[in-house]
Design a protein around this ligand. Structure first.
Ligand code: GLU
Length: 631
C-alpha cells in the first residue's frame, strides 16, 4: 500500500488497480532509494493540470499541461484536469470555459476532470472504472476545489488533533505590527508562534464561541527533495536560531492551511487533492518550486508519501525577460484567432520549449510526442523564438494539405469563409466559372501550401486569384532590368539576350491552345518545358544561354500577365487554378497591354475544341507546342 497505517478520512471506495500499482511503485522507488531512470517512469503516471480560473491559458501553461499530458500518455496513465478556483475574488467568469475549450482545441483531452456545463458532471463517472465520460468527471471528483471545502476542513482539523497544526487567534493588527517590527530590524517576515501553546481544548472552546482563527501547520525544517528536472533541491530551515533572539524576533514559517473564512489555502488544497486523486507525478512551473518543500512537510505531517515533483522552467524572450503580454505570452486565443496558428503547430512548438528529443525532425504531432516523450527537460529559463513557431506552422500546413482528410477540409472551409468575407459573391462567381469555392480553394492550397502561414497572409499573397481586375504595373523585362543594373555597375561581362515582347506574347498565347479537357498544370508544365531548345539545338553555348534567357523571360512575362507579378503558385498551377477561360482572358489582356493586340485566339479560346493544327514553328523551325503536337 502507498500510505502507512494512517487513514484519517474515508477515501473514495474504489481505487483502480492501475492507480494503486502506480502509487506503490513510485513509493517503492523512493523508499528503497533505487536509482530511478529519471527520464521516464516505469509504471503508469497519474498526472494533473490544475489551473486557476483567474486568467486564460497562455503559452507557458499550455506547455505545463502538455508535459503532464504526455507523461501520462507515454506511461499508459491518466491525465486529470482539476480546477483550482479557491480565489473567488480574482476568478474571471469565462476563464474556466475558455481554458477547457483551449485544452480541447490543442487536443489535450483529460481522462478525468471537470466539465463546465454541469456542476455535478463528475458524478457521471463516479461508478465507472478508468476514464470518465461522457463529458469527463471520474471516480475522484469533484474536480473543482470550490466544491471540496468540507474535505479540506476535515483534513486540517485532523492535523490539529494530531498536534501537527494549531489554531492561531492573532488579529490582523497584531500580525501587521509583528511584520512591521521585523521589517524594521531587518528580519524576514514570519510568525512568532504566539498561539502555539494554547491548549487544544481551550482553542476548541474559543473557536466554538465564534472567535476568528486560522489553522497553521507547525513546521521547523523543510526537507530537501529530488526534483525530476532539477535533481536534489530545496531549502532547509524555516526556523532560525531561536535561542539567540527575543521571543518577538523568532521566526517560523508555520504556513496557514485554513483561512479565517474556513477556506483552504492553495497549499492545503493542492496537497489534499493530489493525495486523494492519487497523483503520482506533479509537473508544474518553477514558480511553485519554493513551495514544494512546504508541501512535502505537509505530506509528512499527514504521513502520506508525496508524489514526484518536476518543475518546468520559465519561458523568457530573447533578452532574457519573462514572457509578458508585450512579448506574446498572451492567451491561446491570440495564436488561434489572431495569428491563425494550427493547433498541431502550437502543440509542437510548446513541446520543444525546453524539451529535447533525438528524432531526425522537429516536426512532431501530438501522437508522435506521446510515443517519445520523456523528462529530458532543460534546467534554466527557456528562450522562446517565434521564428520556430512559423517554421512549424508552415510544416504543419503542408502536412495538412498533403494528408487531406478532416483537417484539410477544416482548413479549406476556414479559408473559404475568409474569402467570402473579403470579396463579393458576384465577383467570385466570375472567377469560379461553375466550380465551388471549396474546390477552387482546395486547388489553391494544394498549389501554394509551401508558403502557407495563415489565412490572412495566404489571401494577401494570392489575392489575384479572387479578382478579375489585376491592375498590373507596366511590364518590365528582366533583361532590361539586368541591362540597366549592369550599366550602372559598368559590368561588361553579362551579354544580355533581349527577348522581343512579341515573341513572349505569341509563346504565351500559344499555351492557350490546350483544350479544356487537357487544361492541367501537368500539360502546361510540359508545354512550357517544350519551349526549351526552341531557339536552336546546335548545343552551342550561346544557344543554351538564349534558351535559358527565353525561359526566364517567359516565366517573368507569364507571372506578370496572369497574376500581376505577385508571388504565388508556379505558372502551370496558376493556369490550372484560374482555369482556361480566365487564363486566356488575362493573357489576351496582357498582350493588349504590351503588344497592342487584343484579338487573336479568342475565337477558339472560349470553346473546348482542340485546334486543328496546334503546332507552331519558331524562326529556326522547331516545334514549340510539345505535348500539344498531335501524337
Ligand atoms: N493553481 C495553480 C496555478 O494555476 C497550480 C499550481 C500547481 O500545479 O500545483 O498555477
Amino acid at each position: 500500500m502507498r500510505r502507512n497505517n494512517y487513514r484519517p478520512l474515508a477515501r473514495p471506495l474504489w481505487i483502480c488497480y492501475q492507480c494503486r500499482a502506480a502509487h506503490s511503485a513510485a513509493a517503492n522507488d523512493l523508499r528503497t532509494g533505487q536509482k530511478r531512470n529519471r527520464l521516464i517512469p516505469k509504471t503508469p503516471a497519474r498526472t494533473r493540470f490544475a489551473p486557476s480560473p483567474t486568467g486564460y491559458l497562455h503559452l507557458g501553461s499550455i506547455r505545463t499541461a502538455l508535459f503532464s499530458f504526455l507523461l501520462a500518455k507515454r506511461t499508459g496513465g491518466q491525465f486529470i484536469l482539476r480546477i483550482e478556483d479557491t480565489d473567488k475574488k480574482r476568478t474571471i467568469p469565462d476563464a474556466e470555459r475558455r481554458l477547457q475549450d483551449d485544452l480541447r482545441w490543442v487536443g489535450l483531452q483529460w481522462n478525468e476532470g471537470e466539465y463546465y456545463i454541469g456542476l455535478d458532471v463528475w458524478q457521471l463517472g463516479r461508478n465507472t472504472k478508468g476514464s470518465a465520460g461522457p463529458d469527463r468527471g471520474g471516480p475522484y471528483g469533484p474536480y473543482r476545489q470550490s466544491q471540496r471545502t468540507a474535505i479540506y476542513q476535515s483534513y486540517a482539523h485532523d492535523l490539529l488533533t494530531r498536534g501537527h497544526s494549531y489554531r492561531c487567534f492573532c488579529t490582523p493588527e497584531r500580525l501587521d505590527m509583528l511584520a512591521r517590527h521585523r521589517s524594521q530590524i531587518g528580519l524576514p517576515a514570519g510568525y512568532d508562534r504566539k498561539c502555539i501553546d494554547i491548549r487544544l481544548d481551550e482553542a476548541q472552546e474559543r473557536a466554538a464561541k465564534g472567535e476568528t482563527y486560522v489553522v497553521r501547520l507547525m513546521v521547523d525544517d523543510y526537507p530537501k527533495f529530488d526534483d525530476l528536472v532539477y535533481g536534489k533541491t530545496g531549502q532547509i530551515a524555516s526556523s532560525i536560531t531561536k535561542n539567540k533572539l527575543d521571543f518577538m524576533d523568532r521566526v517560523y514559517d508555520d504556513p496557514i492551511l485554513l483561512k479565517s473564512d474556513g477556506c483552504p489555502t492553495y497549499h492545503l488544497a493542492s496537497v489534499v487533492d493530489d493525495y486523494m486523486m492519487n497523483i503520482t507525478h506533479v509537473i508544474r512551473g518553477t514558480e511553485w518550486m519554493s513551495s514544494t518543500p512546504m508541501h512535502i512537510s505537509l505530506y509528512n505531517a499527514f504521513n502520506w508519501t508525496p508524489p514526484r515533483f518536476g518543475h518546468v522552467p520559465l519561458l523568457v524572450d530573447e533578452n532574457g525577460q519573462k514572457l509578458s503580454k508585450r512579448n506574446a505570452d498572451i492567451d491561446i486565443s491570440f495564436f488561434r484567432d489572431q495569428q491563425g496558428i494550427l493547433p498541431s503547430a502550437l502543440v509542437n512548438f510548446a513541446a520543444l520549449l525546453g524539451w529535447s528529443h533525438s528524432q531526425k525532425s522537429d516536426v512532431l504531432l501530438l501522437q508522435d510526442l506521446q510515443q517519445i516523450f520523456n523528462l529530458k527537460i532543460t534546467k534554466g529559463n527557456t528562450v522562446v523564438s517565434f521564428e520556430k513557431l512559423w517554421f512549424l506552422q508552415k510544416a504543419h500546413a503542408q502536412r495538412v494539405v498533403v494528408t487531406g482528410g478532416a483537417e484539410f477540409k477544416n482548413m479549406v472551409t476556414k479559408v473559404s469563409e475568409a474569402v467570402e468575407r473579403q470579396w463579393p459573391r458576384n465577383q467570385l462567381e466570375s472567377i469560379l466559372h461553375g466550380r465551388t469555392l471549396f474546390e477552387y480553394i482546395s486547388l489553391l492550397l494544394r498549389a501554394d501550401a509551401k508558403s502557407y502561414t495563415n489565412i490572412e497572409a495566404f489571401l494577401s499573397r494570392n489575392n489575384t486569384f479572387f479578382t478579375a481586375s489585376l491592375n498590373r504595373p507596366p511590364y518590365v523585362a528582366t533583361s532590361s532590368k539586368k541591362l540597366s543594373s549592369s550599366a550602372e555597375t559598368s559590368s561588361s561581362s553579362v551579354a544580355e539576350i533581349h527577348v522581343p515582347l512579341s515573341t513572349l506574347c505569341t509563346a504565351a498565347i500559344a499555351l492557350c491552345l490546350v483544350p479544356e479537357s487537357h487544361w492541367t498544370a501537368e500539360t502546361h508544365r510540359l508545354n512550357i518545358a517544350s519551349y526549351n531548345g526552341a531557339v536552336d539545338k546546335s548545343g552551342a553555348k550561346e544557344d543554351l544561354a538564349a534558351d535559358r534567357a527565353f525561359e526566364r523571360e517567359l516565366y517573368h512575362f507569364l507571372r506578370w500577365a496572369l497574376s500581376a507579378g505577385a508571388p504565388g503558385p508556379g505558372i502551370p498551377e496558376t493556369m490550372e487554378i484560374l482555369g482556361r477561360a480566365e487564363s486566356i482572358r488575362r493573357l489576351e489582356e496582357a498582350r493588349g497591354l504590351t503588344c497592342g493586340m487584343t484579338k487573336s485566339i479568342s475565337g477558339f479560346a472560349h470553346n473546348n475544341e482542340r485546334p486543328k493544327d496546334p503546332s507552331r514553328k519558331t524562326n529556326s523551325g522547331h516545334t514549340w507546342m510539345g505535348s500539344l503536337a498531335p501524337r
